[in-house]
Design a protein around this ligand. Structure first.
Ligand code: ZN
Length: 216
């Protein structure tokens, strides 16, 4: 009988140890994830410091009278690198339809949601620690990717180096969802932004506020 209780206790004990072990791996993953973001953030501020030369940093979201916010802060925006539509693909070197708009910005620039919505798809960037060990691989084409449903349209942010969302999460216009990167099929650090209406891609330039214009 004592032997039975002892065995019961010992298997119970083993289960507890196992649970503690699994939870601690989760904690380590979590810490690793937070650390990688802190490093990202540090690199980002150092990069900005280089550009702004010690000037006061005041993040200025760019919005227009409609519901749209530009996905990158005014201080971080550099230029458009590739328009929406038919173009020679820099990767495949032949004429292809470009389903989005490519935007260049400072290294690791913060990316914000262009409107209120709900996250419907999320591929953490390659190298993001996976819960319980291992690393995410990212989307084969988009790399680190976040897709948001805004009700009457969908927005998609690709090639991210880092992202901070969960599927099903609601986000506000201007809320930070990730950081600029060069993941997936990409030939340099940039944001690839897609907008979809009724299952068709549309030109984001028709909707977004002008990043060089006056903010409202
Ligand atoms: Zn693109």
């Amino acid at each position: 009988m004592i032997d039975f209780y002892f065995r019961m206790f010992s298997s119970f004990f083993k289960i507890i140890i196992l649970i503690i072990f699994v939870l601690s791996i989760d904690k380590i993953n979590d810490l690793e994830y937070k650390l990688s973001d802190t490093q990202n953030q540090l690199e980002y501020y150092m990069e900005r410091e280089k550009i702004l030369g010690g000037a006061e940093i005041d993040l200025d979201p760019i919005s227009n009278d409609s519901e749209f916010v530009f996905p990158i802060y005014r201080e971080d925006y550099i230029c458009y690198t590739s328009p929406f539509g038919i173009r020679i693909s820099p990767f495949f070197k032949r004429e292809m339809k470009h389903n989005g708009l490519d935007i260049k910005a400072v290294h690791l620039a913060q990316i914000v949601s262009i409107s209120d919505g709900i996250v419907v798809d999320h591929y953490p960037a390659p190298g993001t620690p996976y819960p319980r060990g291992g690393y995410f691989k990212g989307h084969p084409v988009y790399g680190g990717m976040v897709k948001i449903d805004h009700g009457d349209f969908i927005s998609l942010y690709a090639h991210l180096s880092w992202s901070r969302v969960k599927i099903g999460q609601s986000v506000k216009a201007g809320e930070i969802i990730g950081r600029l990167g060069n993941t997936g099929i990409s030939t340099g650090e940039h944001l690839h932004l897609e907008m979809w209406i009724n299952n068709k891609t549309v030109n984001p330039l028709l909707y977004l506020p002008d990043p060089l214009g006056d903010s409202k």
